[in-house]
Design a binder for this molecule. Sequence first.
Ligand SMILES: C[C@H](Nc1nc(-c2c[nH]c3ncc(Cl)cc23)ncc1F)C(=O)NCC(F)(F)F
Length: 296
Amino acid sequence: KKQQQDVFEERYLRFISILGKGNFGSVELCRYDPLGDNTGDLVAVKELQANKQASMADFQREIQTISSLHCDYIVKYKGICYSAGRLSTKLVMEYLPYGSLIGYMEKHRQNVCTRKLLLFASQICKGMEYLQSMRYVHRDLAARNVLVASDTLVKIADFGLTKIIPVDKEYYRVTQPGESPIFWYAPESISELKFSHKSDVWSFGIVLHELLSYCDISRNPKRLCIQKIGSYVQNSSMAIHLLNLLKNNWRLPAPPQCPPKVHNIMMQCWEFNSEDRPSFSTLQDLIENILLDERE
Ligand SMILES: C[C@H](Nc1nc(-c2c[nH]c3ncc(Cl)cc23)ncc1F)C(=O)NCC(F)(F)F
């Protein structure tokens, strides 16, 4: 179905603030205010940083991806803005006022109970189930790429690394690693740059760990892995050290006060062999069952 508003005119896009910097672009908070009376909508506008090496083709693919997604648990595409001056295209998305999950947890950790964490987890699971149904592999599922729409709704965002699985294959193999977030990567992604729905499941397990750790910076996956590996190891060989740890069955330790049933789900997502990992629909049921079992 056609978006109700596809093209935004740059002259009505009022810059308010920088929301953050992504893989190769920055996202700004703007008000789209054609009437000029501040009654227009707040929007999140992503643009390619001109100097960045990432090609326009990658950004066009990101726009193609997000504009094809229609799901309550995925950040909404609103349209594009052709900025004449800079010959560049801007991606216009809905603005989620509560920001990224990391920032939200830092601020609201006190009044977020385990049930709320599991509600967020099941919503991320539903978003990933939808993404899989569209044959997309996210490749960068992490708490930093989950946005909070309200106290009871989170959405998956940042499709900059998302790829489509070819119909005749089960996985996507990338050519160059890029700035890879290896601490969220499945073993086959680290060793063979292979990405599949099952490697997204591994990353979902890491996100579950982040949620149950309330996105505590002192317990974040990168920090815990480096503590185990040793901070003297330089980046280039960090991947091989992490891979060996995973081969020897080391996994992230259960977060404090993490219910055993939830830690058990994480461990299933972290099965070394991708085919032994649950699907997102199975994960959905596992999480729902915990929510139902532990109803007061
Ligand atoms: C680079 C941008 N970074 C940030 N964005 C926002 C944000 C708040 N509210 C938002 N509403 C819609 C969007 Cl697209 C972003 C924000 N807040 C802090 C950030 F550091 C980003 O896209 N991050 C990936 C993801 F969106 F998943 F968090």
